[in-house]
Ligand binder design. Structure first.
Ligand SMILES: Cc1cc2nc3c(=O)[nH]c(=O)nc-3n(C[C@H](O)[C@H](O)[C@H](O)COP(=O)(O)OP(=O)(O)OC[C@H]3O[C@@H](n4cnc5c(N)ncnc54)[C@H](O)[C@@H]3O)c2cc1C
Length: 489
């Protein structure tokens, strides 16, 4: 297939250099590595984890995460082993006017960071589940798969995103729309408290009773608020759901997309579905029936009994003959199989937005750009139905953006960094322009991709939430140490 030419290019260069900026514009921005100017030995003497400067063995491993197109060249990286390490690192950064950068599991958008003190949370992998209260205490470096594996013997599940490989804290800080979004809401609805290191280097708890403004902000506001070292979330008593994916071959992409769109008009709130037009690579790791196919995957999740689930799924899974159909009873610990997102690190370029409505004209616009017979470097184009419980905020309020969107559209480019500067943005922009009539003003920070402008950044939250977040960020990070948002806003 002609579209595979995109895969064959060497992955030699990463995306262009861009610099985040300090949102509150108080600090100097360092564009060169000037580690010699900082007394890193002083920091080494205060933290238990490694402090690695350019040229040190282990720096490359320390600063690598899932998205290989994100590169970090900080003044130094601190591999935090506990709260105190994080606090020491933040205080050191404040003393030396260094912006603080963050790396958890590295599933965020492609970015090139060339400044600051990088705090790496991947060693914070502690996990405790209280079987009585069903509260899980989760370290900031832990992935959902570990939480799900520990909850399974107790019949408990977390309300997660689509991929078990993503960091639990990173996803929750942005809200976290996942495969049970319509029946159960977003991940941050289940957050009960966060342990946070603020811009002053203080270790505080944010919960409904302690620092409630920070708690409100951390449930969806994501960055610029501090470094979360652990969170406590409420798990749900749900050992099994009726869920999976039906995958249809190229000739059926249009039928399935159009059929799904019609079906969503009367979808019950308890059923969460999505479709994704995918160019599956011709790799051994991809199951044989779909390997190398341009196909459409229809994902289905219902947290009720098998008969009801089968009844709801029937009109969808029979829209056309399938290549694979895994929809059936599924342990919640295996929820990642609904989307089967990639788990091996790769260079990723993505862009997302939300839609306020959806109809057959939208289907035509999407098919014109990524449908059967169209050559495109957009490897996956996914539509998720939102609404249901995800549209309803928690009673005490939270900073989650995108609750008003009825659907999300998310597209991922082929993993070739040479295309990240021009080819992928151009293709995605064409798609975005074509679907503008259906696009919502609001998006969600976890799905927005890299922020391209201040307006894009602002669109990740409703205006009143954005304004309130600015105030909370100023209160807990008065020096603007925690860089967040696009350059030059
Ligand atoms: C395969 C894949 C599937 C995904 N599926 C979903 C999904 O279903 N639903 C959804 O909502 N999102 C989804 N996402 C997006 C994902 O939730 C965000 O990119 C999230 O930030 C990833 O978390 P991380 O820990 O890997 O972050 P990193 O890339 O390590 O960090 C990204 C940013 O998150 C913030 N952050 C992370 N940890 C902390 C912390 N401890 N304290 C303070 N700030 C922190 C910082 O601003 C940081 O710069 C998906 C991403 C991928 C790659």
């Amino acid at each position: 297939m002609r579209q595979w030419r995109y895969w064959s290019r060497p992955e030699s260069k990463f995306a262009r250099c861009w610099h985040s900026y300090l949102p509150l514009c108080v600090h100097r921005v360092y564009c060169l590595n000037v580690s010699f100017a900082f007394p890193l030995d002083e920091l080494r003497g205060r933290v238990a984890g490694p402090v690695l400067a350019p040229g040190d063995d282990g720096l490359a491993d320390e600063v690598s995460g899932f998205n290989l197109a994100t590169s970090f060249a900080p003044v130094a990286a601190v591999g935090a082993t506990n709260d105190a390490d994080v606090a020491e690192a933040v205080r050191f950064a404040a003393r030396h006017s260094l912006p603080v950068r963050m790396l958890a599991t590295g599933h965020g958008p492609a970015e090139r960071v060339t400044d600051g003190l990088l705090v790496v949370t991947k060693r914070l992998t502690h996990l405790d589940i209280d079987a009585e209260t069903r509260i899980a205490t989760i370290g900031a470096g832990l992935k959902w798969e570990a939480v799900q594996a520990a909850g399974a013997p107790l019949g408990l599940t977390a309300i997660t995103g689509s991929s078990p490989d993503v960091g639990a804290v990173g996803l929750t800080l942005g809200g976290g729309f996942g495969p049970l979004a319509r029946s159960h809401g977003v991940a941050s609805d289940y957050a009960r408290s966060f342990r946070v290191v603020t811009g002053g280097g203080e270790i505080v708890t944010a919960s409904a009773n302690e620092n409630p403004d920070l708690f409100w902000a951390l449930r969806g506001g994501k960055g610029g608020l501090g470094i979360v070292t652990e969170m406590r979330i409420q798990l749900v008593d749900l050992p099994q759901i009726f869920a999976g994916a039906a995958i249809f071959d190229t000739p059926h992409i249009e039928t399935v997309l159009r059929g799904w769109i019609d079906w969503t008009a009367s979808a019950p709130d308890d059923v969460t579905t999505s479709v994704a037009i995918i160019r599956f690579p011709d790799f051994d790791t991809v199951p044989e029936p779909i390997r190398g196919h341009h196909a459409i995957a229809l994902r289905f999740a219902y947290p009720g009994d098998v008969e009801d689930g089968a009844r709801w799924a029937e009109p969808l899974r029979t829209l056309a003959p399938t290549l694979i159909d895994t929809i059936g009873p599924l342990p919640t610990s295996k929820m990642g199989l609904i989307h089967s997102d990639p788990t091996d690190p790769l260079p990723a370029w993505d862009l997302g937005l939300q839609l306020s409505s959806i109809d057959q004209d939208l289907a035509t616009a999407i098919l014109d750009h990524v449908g059967a017979g169209v050559e495109s470097p957009l490897m996956i184009t996914e539509l998720r139905q939102l609404g249901g419980r995800a549209a309803i905020d928690v009673p005490e309020g939270s900073a989650v953006g995108g609750r008003s969107g009825r659907f999300s559209l998310y597209t991922i480019g082929v993993p070739n960094p040479e295309l990240f500067e021009t080819v992928l943005p151009t293709s995605a922009d064409r798609l975005v322009t074509a679907i503008a009539p259906w696009t919502s003003k609001e998006t969600n920070v976890n799905f927005a991709g890299r922020f391209r402008s201040w307006e894009h950044f602002e669109s990740a939250w409703p205006a009143p939430i954005f304004e309130r977040l600015v105030g909370v960020r100023t209160k807990y990070d008065p020096l603007g140490l925690f860089t967040f948002g696009p350059k030059g806003g």
